[in-house]
Design a protein around this ligand. Structure first.
Ligand code: ZN
Length: 658
């Protein structure tokens, strides 16, 4: 384990708080130390208040902030003296503790302080760093973890038995620290939880963390418990297995009560882990550190029997809730981690971002379990302790920070012809509503039009059934299924009258505008049928369907045939709870096709100005790609929940259509 402290980078930071931010980020950047909101850090500073009086202030990580990206305003400034007095109380309820922490800050606009604020306050060092280092929990989650920790650290670390985080842990640490700390003490190990280090300055506290975790890593290496090279297992990636994954997602969403992303990770590590002979033992002990439970649930699901998982979760809840101090309401019973011998690891979340957090956590959990197994056996905390954290209101508050979920969160949309124009605008409208979006286009630039966990751009020739199936497999592996399909890709060849229309030209237009969409609909149907809220298809048609013009026979005929195909699909697929609606745009000029020169030429041709030409409709309004995209997204939403087989113009009003 290497220190990432760089003198030149550190020297840029003038204040103690800025240095605190610097080393907190160094910790956060190392995922073997902390993952997604885990861990916390603090610094104690002396400041003058508005009366000119000096007071000591504990700057401690605010709840909801991530060490990797924390900024100065992510630290909550709490009056230190008050915290030390609170630590002397015989007891303190959680709501009162939070109330005390919030009301004794020196800045009104500050995050809620970490639930470990009192613990940070009582440790007599300016800097305190806390992580859930993989190496530490690998060793402490074993039968003789405490003995091993004492063997590694001697009198440099105070050892704290497991107690739930919060006031009780602060009190226990205070007592143990008073009794056991000596001249050599530089930190504490919290069994089954993590490690603290302290220092006089940011560098000392940070580098002690690196050194001490490094000692645990060395211990694992010496005991041949470090490298567990996974067996290379061939993963299958076919359309059949993708459909199985979509079925799994449908079952999980049903159990959860909301749509979910199910991301498959079929790498060697996950596959060989899921295929271990002892998987039913090692993967059914519990999380590596308790706060993972709010992301991963206590246990992964082995195989694909969601009903059995739900039954066991309900039994766990009922048994544990009976022993809890207060009554609890059961959270959804759906799994968040699935280990399957064919699929490997599947991570479940309300969004692709949530699912990737789950995958990260379980990726580290597998390492921890394998290392502890090599030391003699992985042994997590009893179910009761995990339940207490899972149903602790202060932990659940972390998840609520995400805010209200968006209308399409947990759902997956596929858009064709997505690199530009209406297709690209559809990608944006769907992403804005929380959907995970798969964007396909012949143009390779589709892969870079957006980034982020919710986006997958794939170059794909829709004339190739093989290419499309591969894209579909990739889409399902990444997000778990398909809920919405936007058929947008199409071509508009140059004007040509029937008497000179070549057969090849006609066939080319039909192939792209019609045949490819039939293939897409057919291949997507088994997935759309499994959509938790019902499948939705939106066909981007054309004003030319109800009102064709001369010189566009192939285009108009292809769109009219597509329109008829969609109407038949509405009839056939209603029984599968799939809605299919069409919209007919006209004169959408903000696309790549319409350069200013072309626009000017066309306007001149009709004896109009460009503005008159753009708004040459009943409402005298310009129709943009975004207008079409927003209507497309709404057609997938609840407003159109009871509509199928509809055709809606989006053209500013056209007298021939009306
Ligand atoms: Zn912790």
């Amino acid at each position: 384990m290497q220190s990432n402290w760089k003198e030149d980078k550190a020297n840029v930071h003038k204040s103690e708080l800025d240095l605190r931010v610097y080393t907190s980020r160094l910790l956060g950047q190392d995922k073997s130390l902390v993952l997604h909101g885990g861990g916390n850090t603090s610094v104690k500073l002396t400041e003058k208040n508005i009366l000119g009086e000096e007071e000591q202030v504990l700057y401690v990580k605010g709840s909801g902030w991530d060490l990797e990206t924390i900024a100065a305003e992510g630290f909550a400034p709490v009056r230190l003296e008050h915290l030390k007095k609170l630590a002397q109380l015989p007891e303190l309820t959680d709501p009162e503790m939070v109330n005390q922490l919030v009301t004794h800050q020196t800045r009104a606009v500050a995050p809620v302080p970490s639930v470990e604020a009192i613990l940070h306050a009582i440790l007599p060092y300016p800097y305190v760093d806390h992580t859930h280092a993989d190496a530490i929990v690998s060793i402490t989650n074993t039968a003789d973890g405490e003995k091993r920790i004492r063997e590694i650290y001697g009198d440099t670390m105070v050892v704290i038995p497991y107690v739930m985080p919060g006031f009780d842990l602060a009190r226990l640490c205070g007592e143990r620290f008073a009794a056991e700390a000596g001249a050599n003490t530089i930190g504490m190990v919290l069994l089954n939880h993590g490690i603290f280090t302290f220092g006089q300055n940011a560098k000392e506290s940070y580098e002690r963390m690196i050194e001490q975790v490094g000692r645990a890593e060395d211990y694992l290496k010496q005991h041949k418990a470090w490298d567990a090279a996974p067996a290379a297992l061939p993963a299958s990636h076919g359309i059949e297995l993708a459909r199985e994954q979509a079925k799994l997602r449908a079952d999980i969403a049903k159990a959860a009560g909301f749509p979910v992303i199910v991301a498959r990770h079929a790498n060697d590590k996950s596959l060989s882990f899921a295929n271990r002979a002892d998987i039913a033992t090692i993967a059914q002990q519990g999380p590596a550190t308790p706060d993972h439970v709010i992301r991963t649930k206590r246990l992964p699901m082995l195989g694909r029997d969601v009903a059995a998982y739900v039954k066991e979760y309900k039994e766990y809840f009922t048994a544990q809730e009976a022993q809890a101090k207060e009554r609890k309401t059961m959270l959804d019973a759906a799994p968040r981690v699935v280990l399957d011998n064919e699929l490997g690891l599947c991570a479940v979340g309300k969004s692709a971002q949530d699912a990737s957090i789950v995958a990260d956590i379980y990726d580290h959990t597998m390492d921890i379990i394998l290392r502890a197994t090599a030391l003699g056996g992985y042994r997590a905390l009893p179910a009761k302790d995990i339940f207490d954290v899972e149903y602790w209101d202060l932990e659940q508050a972390k998840l609520r920070k995400g805010g209200k979920s968006l209308p399409f969160s947990g759902e997956v949309a596929l858009v064709t012809g997505a690199a530009s124009g209406i297709g690209k605008a559809c990608v944006e409208s769907l992403l804005a509503r929380g959907a995970a979006v798969v964007a396909l286009d012949l143009d390779a630039k589709v892969t870079t039009i957006k980034n982020g966990a919710n986006f997958l751009g794939l170059q794909c020739d829709l004339n190739s059934e093989e290419q499309f199936k591969q894209a579909l497999v990739q889409a399902v592996e990444k997000f778990g299924g398909l809920d919405m399909l936007v058929l947008n890709a199409g071509i508009f060849p140059g004007g040509c009258r029937i008497d000179s229309l070549k057969t090849e030209e006609w066939q080319k237009v039909m192939r792209i505008n019609l045949d490819a969409n039939l293939m897409l609909m057919r291949e997507c149907h088994p997935l759309l049928k499994l959509a938790p809220r019902g499948g939705r298809v939106v066909v981007i048609g054309s004003k030319n369907v109800p009102a064709p013009g001369p010189g566009a026979a192939a285009y108009s005929a292809s769109k009219a045939a597509l329109n008829q195909l969609a109407r038949v699909a509405a009839l056939e697929w209603g029984a599968d709870n799939i809605r299919i609606n069409s919209l007919h745009p006209n004169a959408v000029f903000d696309t790549g096709l319409w350069t200013p020169e072309v626009l000017a030429a066309r306007a001149k041709h009709y004896g109009l100005t460009v503005d008159e030409y753009k708004t040459n409709n009943v409402l005298k309004t310009e129709v943009t790609s975004r207008d079409v995209a927003e209507l497309t997204a709404e057609m997938c939403g609840s407003l159109f929940a009871k509509t199928t087989g509809a055709q809606v113009p989006v053209d500013g009003g056209n007298d021939r259509v009306i």
